[in-house]
Design a protein around this ligand. Sequence first.
Ligand SMILES: *[C@@H]1O[C@H](CO)[C@@H](O)[C@H](O)[C@H]1NC(C)=O
Ligand SMILES: *[C@@H]1O[C@H](CO)[C@@H](O)[C@H](O)[C@H]1NC(C)=O
Ligand SMILES: *[C@@H]1O[C@H](CO)[C@@H](O)[C@H](O)[C@H]1NC(C)=O
Ligand SMILES: *[C@@H]1O[C@H](CO)[C@@H](O)[C@H](O)[C@H]1NC(C)=O
Ligand SMILES: *[C@@H]1O[C@H](CO)[C@@H](O)[C@H](O)[C@H]1NC(C)=O
Length: 500
Amino acid sequence: MHIITRLAIASCLTLTLQAQDAPKPYLRTPSPRQITWQQREYYAFIHFGPNTFTDEEWGRSQSTPDVFAPTTLDTDQWAESFARAGMAGMILTAKHHDGMALWKTNSTTYKIDNGKWAKDRAAKGLETDVVRMAAASAKKYGIDFGIYLSPWDIHRDPAMPKEHLAGTIYAEPQIFGDSSPGDYNELYVQQLTELVTMKHDDGSPVEIFEIWLDGASGSNTVQTFNWTAFRDIIRQHQPNAIMWGHQGVDARWVGNEDGVTVATNWHTINRTQDDKRYSESELQTGMRDGTYWTPAEADARIRDGWFYHANEKPKTADALMKMYLQSVGQSVNLLLDVPPDRTGKIDAVDAEVLLQFKAQRDRFLNRGLLKPGFVVNASSVRGGGSSTFAAANVLTNDKTYWTMDDNKRVGSLTVDLGADALVDAFIVQEHVTLGQRIGAYAVDAMINGSYKEVVRGTSMGYKRIHQLTSAVRTRQLRLRIEQANAVPLIQYFQALGTSS
Ligand SMILES: *[C@@H]1O[C@H](CO)[C@@H](O)[C@H](O)[C@H]1NC(C)=O
Ligand SMILES: *[C@@H]1O[C@H](CO)[C@@H](O)[C@H](O)[C@H]1NC(C)=O
Ligand SMILES: *[C@@H]1O[C@H](CO)[C@@H](O)[C@H](O)[C@H]1NC(C)=O
Ligand SMILES: *[C@@H]1O[C@H](CO)[C@@H](O)[C@H](O)[C@H]1NC(C)=O
Ligand SMILES: *[C@@H]1O[C@H](CO)[C@@H](O)[C@H](O)[C@H]1NC(C)=O
């Protein structure tokens, strides 16, 4: 009798411990740097350089560095505008396709440091390295900093004639292309190394959160890039940096430049930068259960062009809100280009639109009806009701989540709002740290005594924001997971609306 009891207690303990273990990771999972990156959600792109002054988008490397002449460059104003707008960081074009470097490099003569603007500043003892200035401003205003370094380099591409530079110190060897003499990869490696090892004035390293390796090319020159070498340099010096590319290493292009994606899209794909190029539609959808965790980033413009053009107008806050719901609201990060003008500042009109958009976003999102402390019922809870995986975990947007036993693929949560409310949107988040599992889900609202489906979704992923076409009056909500390839993990569930 005595012995039996002790055995029973022991096996009961073992069972409880096993059941309370977290589910095993499902196939591919994000690296810690990818998780941190996904949580940034929305940040700025800054196209600035010779094109700003020649009114071009793809300058042909015909201007000397004297062309770069901002009248009152103010990188603090960039960073302050973005920080106030709730953007998590900013990515600057250190070198666009035209090849002119915005930082103090000794890899090329073709750099703004050789132009009149920089020489005038240097004579006054002022900083002339625009990349370092921007990095310092980002740090000052508490946002992250990233760089764009164009792999395609017109300045070095023999297919792109540069008559205006002939006979100047800017006529440099045409090394771009596999059949050209010289090794362009070596030049790129030097430029990349300079950027990822850049230091602030106080000697601390400039931390880079994302490096944008644009896949665009406007000539037929075939250049094989040594992505492995580039990646090794980035990993060595900036282990927290996301390496962005067409189909990516850490993050992929979303397949369009409009800040939108399709409803069914996965964080994984089957190819990286080294492999054959994906089509735009494949980049949008990604691939369920793919070989690599490579989430999408949607790049978009506040104006028509990437560079500033005085005749263009910014989009409205309404348009940006729509874009946000179609990118961040569909598990994709939003990289919004806001170009400085010829003074070297963000246009006041654009800065104002960013603030209006922030206010609109906050008004929309800060109407959560589900509060910590609410009772959430679940169809079942892992380990026979373990508090570690409790249904109420979905009320807080933190690392905790609701899940069930490993053999479960479907399940549901119900929650009572305490009183009738007008609900017009929902937020759902999968705990993607352990992989993307869910392929079909729905939200129901109790209307006149029975549940009515108001949201239907497929690939949930990091975050979904579902806006209803019209608000529903309800008091009880149900989240149903209808399909998953492994036990589903829900990190967050929220209803937006007004109590009535
Ligand atoms: C190039 O610049 C780097 C960093 O600014 C410096 O360490 C190096 O000595 C320079 N090389 C030459 C050849 O000037
Ligand atoms: C790419 O760079 C690496 C060094 O990181 C080198 O070992 C390799 O040979 C290079 N590949 C090619 C094809 O040049
Ligand atoms: C993607 O890769 C996985 C794993 O290698 C493979 O099972 C799957 O068939 C591939 N999917 C496509 C569409 O190529
Ligand atoms: C949750 O479960 C309790 C206890 O069974 C029940 O009284 C309550 O009505 C349930 N709430 C919802 C919203 O299903
Ligand atoms: C709920 O029921 C009432 C009375 O039957 C009806 O007037 C109303 O239209 C119903 N509301 C909805 C949303 O179905």
